[in-house]
Design a protein around this ligand. Structure first.
Ligand code: MCN
Ligand code: CUM
Length: 827
């Protein structure tokens, strides 16, 4: 029999041990339990915001600006109000009456709920039409007449910062330019010195293009004000219901205890549902004013055009190194486009989010980074999109730059990485920019990936194709990324002024099953299963006897929601600690039931039983104890068996991985085909390997979308030119290769069950691997970078620049020549 501490030593006992699957079959840690929630999803019984129907419910349609920059001169509601079934038309003026005209963003900025005076991006919310059904609301919206005085739009951060650029944010007192923020990190002087003295320096410009998170379910809300109870319920698509409740209280002045946010099933978030959007507020405000439930659900194009976008980081990277590839310093400079409002869903203590983790997996003691951000006439920007708050951009920068350095030195990029990795014995490791990495074994993950990818074979094959002047070039890309997830320790980040923690509450019922409530919010990550597994593991219960609830601020403990892959690192820890609290109490009850002293009771993880020390057959399970907790409680204890934990993590967790991508690049068409795609991830101890695998597959697909297809684009007038799925291209199964996944396990020493997050790793780690692969196919022609998305025409231009392209006509004429000389032509 193995004791608790042998399996998963608690943090104070020197840290959690590497994963050992209990295999006790109760659905604990490490078991591939099928997702409990899938039963209802695949049988069409999910309950999404748009499924909610309430008696008397009205529908809201938002009138949006066709212009990117314009002053509103007049809004004429009269024709809309004449439409049969239209109940009300709301404008900023109406909201002002109720003090609901502006809302705070998540970053020290305010945004009009409905435009008051000046439109700042195309599709901005101008008016709202409330009607008896959705179609009537749409008809009404078309009849609202808005007179605009069109102004010059400012598109592009570089243009926005030009001296004569029109000022977008004249609503901010004293604002005379479009400058949004400045930020710097690291040691400027030491870095400059390192660059001066280095044997080799490399420099590359790269754009991390604007992306849209594109969850399958768009955003929506049902506002439901109950005048009898004076209580406002808002059902909404939310990744963070409690934060949204606090923000609603701030927006409306309604006391927080009179607001209930319900986030039912959420059909994907990917960061898109972290911010607060005007539509949510309008639905709630309309319900408050009209005293009827009001539903607002976005269309796809509204979701793409008006909700927060991601990335849009124009970066310069530089590395200083020795001749044999030892990196001595990194420097970066960023120009960021923040859109019209600083709605950035990232920790406010770091205005550039977690971008300053750009030293990556490498032991680089000198670094310096600067960033300038601008307001532009585009949708509010910089939301997190499967990215841990800008880690995506940082990882892209350093992983691209390592490849640039390797090419400059004519070294193998895997070798350059190996030379510079932070070594296992250096953890906990403090980076040059102030991060405290918890644990890592980067070389192990890289070695595993190299082996899985058959790296040496592909290097030979690559050489062969170059020598034989083959039609298709081979490229091999490597990325050995470090993520930072689990926001977070109070001192390092907060959101909307709230310090970060999360929560779990466990109630064991008299008949021996349990309800677990958490402050995080699943959008497809499988929390109903994995949180149950943590509790099953820690209490020796069966996973089927545990129900996990979330997404209702009236019943769940306050928590800060799901983003930055923080659910496992923070709420997962809370679930483990709360379970252990329950276990402590259960021990007292077990002693009572087994007529032994409490000190003589041991808990055995394998069997899930409490037993008298040295007498394993005098045992009792938590299920049997539960009744005693209520009906026969020891006099030393209160009745009942429940616990709650608010977990404030001591540190972030640092998952990592190595990805290897092999591509074929067609010299005729510029088309890129994936030949091999290997992903080795390390997220510490694993709760459910099957769910992790699913997370990796989904995230890699999004990485492929990023590298190959996706880009939100604008014309000079600020019109979104990729505002629907015909133009904003998401990868389908046709573009996704077979993934080969592997893992290593390096537990987090400070997490109660040694787990790190994993939800964003694949999206963070894969784009540089893919770009490195495409560059690698052409680097013998002197190509050092290809911008994303790497469409065939972008790639073909690079091939041409390198003298590697083949004109399709060449091939045709070649064949023709062959046929002539061979005399086999049948003409
Ligand atoms: N997990 C595990 N063992 C670990 C780590 C994680 O079994 N050591 C499991 C977790 O228990 C959870 C899942 O993997 O069921 C993801 O866990 P985690 O890494 O903690 O991430 P979160 O649950 O906090 O999810 C957030 C993350 C983010 S920020 C984005 S963006 C994203 C992502 O998850 N959005 C998603 N994956 C998504 N997957 C789906 N289907 N839909 C989204 O919107
Ligand atoms: Cu970085 S997107 Mo997720 O944090 O919701």
């Amino acid at each position: 029999m193995s004791s608790d501490s042998e399996r998963f030593a608690e943090a104070e006992d020197g840290g959690p041990q590497p994963e050992k699957h209990c295999g006790h079959g109760r659905g604990g840690m490490g078991e591939e339990v099928k997702r409990k929630e899938d039963q209802r999803f695949i049988t069409g019984r999910g309950n999404y915001v748009d499924d909610i129907k309430k008696p008397g419910m009205l529908h809201c349609e938002i009138v949006r600006s066709p212009h990117a920059h314009a002053r509103i001169e007049n809004i004429d509601k009269s024709r809309a109000l004449k439409v049969d079934g239209v109940v009300a038309v709301l404008t900023a003026e109406d909201l002002l009456e109720h003090d609901l005209a502006t809302m705070p963003t998540l970053m020290d900025d305010t945004q009009d709920v409905l435009v008051n005076d000046k439109v700042k991006f195309q599709s901005q919310e101008v008016a709202a039409v409330i009607a008896t059904d959705r179609y009537t609301a749409k008809d009404g919206a078309q009849k609202v007449v808005v007179d605009y005085d069109v102004l010059d739009p400012v598109i592009g951060a570089d243009k926005a910062l030009e001296d004569d650029a029109p000022v977008i944010r004249d609503d901010i007192e004293g604002k005379e330019d479009n400058h949004c923020l400045d930020w710097e990190t690291g040691d400027e002087e030491a870095t400059a010195k390192a660059f001066e003295e280095a044997d080799v320096t490399v420099k590359e410009d790269m754009l991390y293009q604007r992306l849209h998170p594109a969850p399958i379910e768009t955003c929506g809300a049902v506002g439901d004000y109950d005048p009898g109870k004076d209580k406002l319920t808002v059902h909404m698509t939310s990744q963070a219901p409690h934060i949204h409740r606090t923000l609603f209280a701030q927006v409306s002045g309604i006391p927080e205890h009179k607001i209930r946010i319900v986030s039912p099933d959420v059909g994907g978030g990917f960061g898109n549902k972290v911010p607060i959007y005007p539509g949510y507020v309008v639905a709630a405000a309309a319900s408050y004013v009209l005293e009827e439930p009001v539903k607002w659900v976005e269309e796809r194009s509204e979701n793409i055009q008006s909700t927060g976008f991601a990335r849009d980081y124009d970066m310069t990277g530089e590395i200083a190194a020795t001749e044999d590839g030892e990196i001595q310093a990194v420097r970066t400079d960023v120009l960021a486009d923040h859109g019209a409002f600083n709605a950035v869903a990232q920790p406010s203590k770091f205005p550039a989010g977690f971008f300053n983790i750009f030293t990556g997996s490498y032991d680089i003691d000198t670094a310096y980074g600067t960033l300038t951000a601008a307001y532009t006439n585009t949708a509010p920007g910089g939301v997190a999109y499967r990215c841990s708050f800008r880690v995506t951009e940082a990882v892209y920068l350093i992983e691209r730059m390592v490849k640039v350095l390797a090419d400059e030195l004519d070294m193998d990029p895997a070798e350059v990485r190996r030379k510079n990795f932070i070594q296992p014995e250096q953890f906990p490791y403090e980076s040059a920019t102030g991060w405290n990495y918890d644990s890592g074994d980067y070389e192990k993950a890289l070695d595993k990936a190299l082996e899985m990818a058959d790296y040496d074979h592909y290097r030979e094959e690559q050489q062969r194709r170059i020598e034989e002047d083959a039609d298709k070039l081979l490229g091999i890309g490597v990325s050995s990324f470090t993520e930072v997830v689990g926001a977070g320790p109070g001192q390092s980040c907060d959101i909307a002024g709230v310090e970060m923690f999360d929560s779990a509450e466990i109630r064991v019922h008299p008949t021996g099953n349990a309800t677990v409530r958490v402050g995080v919010q699943t959008q497809g990550q499988g929390h109903e299963t994995t949180f149950a597994q943590i509790v099953a593991e820690e209490l020796g219960m069966d996973v089927d006897d545990i129900t996990v609830e979330h997404g209702d601020t009236d019943t769940d403990p306050y928590g800060l929601g799901t983003y930055g892959s923080r659910s496992t690192p923070v709420a997962g820890a809370a679930a483990a600690v709360a379970s252990r609290k329950v276990r402590e109490k259960a021990k007292a009850i077990a002693a009572n039931e087994l007529e032994a002293a409490e000190e003589d009771i041991d808990w055995d993880r394998e069997s899930g039983q409490f037993h008298v020390t040295g007498a394993p057959d005098r045992s009792i399970s938590i299920t049997e104890i539960a009744a005693g907790a209520y009906m026969n409680h020891p006099k030393s204890e209160e009745p009942g068996l429940e616990a709650i934990n608010y977990y404030d993590p001591p540190e972030m967790t640092y998952p990592f991985g190595s990805y290897i991508v092999v591509v074929e690049v067609d010299r005729e068409t510029g088309e890129v085909e994936f030949e091999k795609f290997v992903a080795v991830d390390d997220c510490g101890n694993r709760i459910n390997p099957m769910i992790i695998e699913g997370q990796i597959h989904g995230g890699l697909a999004q990485g492929i979308g990023t590298a190959m297809l996706e880009h939100v684009t604008f014309d000079d007038n600020g019109n979104v030119t990729g505002g629907d799925f015909m133009n904003y291209l998401l990868p389908t199964s046709m573009e996704i290769p077979e993934f080969e996944t592997g893992h290593t396990v390096t537990p987090s020493p400070h997490h109660p069950i040694g787990a790190k997050g994993v939800g964003e790793s694949p999206t963070v780690g894969s784009p540089p691997a893919i770009v490195n692969a495409v560059v690698d196919a052409m680097s013998h022609g002197g190509i050092s970078h290809v911008e994303m998305p790497m469409t065939p025409d972008t790639v073909w231009e690079k091939l041409d620049e390198a003298g590697l392209s083949m004109d399709p006509a060449d091939n045709v004429s070649l064949e023709f020549d062959d046929q002539q000389s061979g005399g086999t032509a049948d003409d």
